[in-house]
Design a protein around this ligand. Structure first.
Ligand code: TXA
Ligand code: MG
Length: 323
């Protein structure tokens, strides 16, 4: 069962768990977050495992200050003004990633943009002490409502995580507002803790609404799709195909593969999840026209891995639209 520690007593234990690639439930001013070091692939994979999410959708990276945010992402003047006005607070900005920022690709689902926010309270202190951003979706299992108390987190996830940091009931109670600059326009991707009107006043422009498809996690139009065709459940590899392998045994014909990456030599699904986007991108860059993917079991994180792969394998006009 998870230990529940008051925020004033939890710092050391929380840091130790995060350093070890584990998750910690933390209070923020909006809802409780299920946090992991955003640069640690196994930690980020644990988030999806604990939530039981059937898909990998991109997570918000939480920062301690604007300087950390600027090391991770490229700010335009409007987004910067919003950050200066509303941070720390319930505003999330989607921005282009700064190359080489160290963020693990599983945290952003392979996208070249990233959602950033600076939370109030314990989370901010924890991130500053860790010195790295925290990836954190709401601390609830997939399909349940977000938790606003430590007790609610423990009741839902207590059997699978080690620590819930208790900061009392959250003050805002709904998730952060998410906005993204598109060209010269600002789009509201998700309404939340800061009213759209307040953002419009600070930005000096009206917000575009709707059509972003953000309500359906993982179905973003810009979601990473490889240029190569993807063939799942491959029992054989054709000469010249790239091979995305899994486990200790190779598919027939693997010797003729143009490039090979193994998601996990030992067949560990958590390791496989953490390697998925980086390996797909590597194989894509190899120039092979097709990526053959060995069968991957569908238990645990395998469900989300197979979901991602089958959408990459779908006919190109259907990517991101599959149910
Ligand atoms: O208040 C909050 O925002 C809470 C606390 C814990 O900070 N977090 C939260 O995270 O609500 P989550 O994972 O439940 O929701 C994040 C949303 C998802 O809908 C996701 O699709 C979107 O942010 N998102 C993340 N990265 C994105 C990106 N690069 N582009 C567009 N949308 C993105
Ligand atoms: Mg959520």
């Amino acid at each position: 069962m998870a230990e529940i520690l008051a925020a004033s007593e939890a710092m050391e234990r929380a840091l130790a768990l995060l350093e070890g690639g584990d998750v910690v439930a933390i209070p923020t001013e909006t809802v409780y977050g299920l946090a992991a070091d955003a640069t640690n692939g196994v930690g980020v994979a644990r988030i999806f495992e604990v939530k039981g999410r059937p898909r990998f959708n991109p997570l918000i990276a939480h920062v301690a200050d604007l300087a950390m945010a600027e090391r991770i992402a490229l700010f335009d003047p409007v987004s910067k003004r919003l950050a200066q006005t509303f941070w720390p607070g319930p505003l999330t900005l989607v921005l282009p990633q700064r190359p080489g920022n160290g963020i693990h690709p599983l945290a952003t689902a392979g996208l070249d943009t990233i959602a950033l926010r600076m939370p109030k309270g314990f989370g901010g202190q924890l991130i500053a002490s860790l010195g790295r951003p925290l990836a954190a979706p709401s601390a609830n299992s997939s399909g349940r409502i977000s938790a606003t108390t430590a007790e609610a987190v423990a009741a839902d996830l207590g059997a699978t995580i080690k620590l819930v940091v208790d900061g009392g009931a959250t003050s805002v109670g709904v998730e952060s507002t998410i906005v993204k600059l598109e060209g010269a326009k600002l789009r509201l991707l998700r309404p939340g803790g800061i009213a759209a009107e307040e953002i419009e006043a600070a930005a000096g422009m009206k917000l575009l609404r709707g059509a972003a498809g953000i309500e359906a996690p993982g179905m973003l139009a810009s979601h990473y799709a490889p240029g190569a065709a993807v063939r799942v459940n491959a029992a054989k590899v054709a000469k010249g195909e790239a091979l995305l392998a899994f486990g200790p045994r190779r598919a027939e014909g693997w010797q003729g593969a143009a490039a090979l990456r193994n998601l996990s030599e030992t067949g560990d699904l958590r390791e496989a999840a953490s390697n998925l986007f980086a390996h797909m991108q590597d194989l894509d860059r190899s120039g092979a026209k097709t990526i053959a993917v060995e069968p991957i079991p569908s238990d645990g994180l395998g469900e989300a891995i197979n979901d991602r792969l089958s959408r990459a394998a779908a006919p190109r006009d259907k990517i991101d639209r599959a149910p």
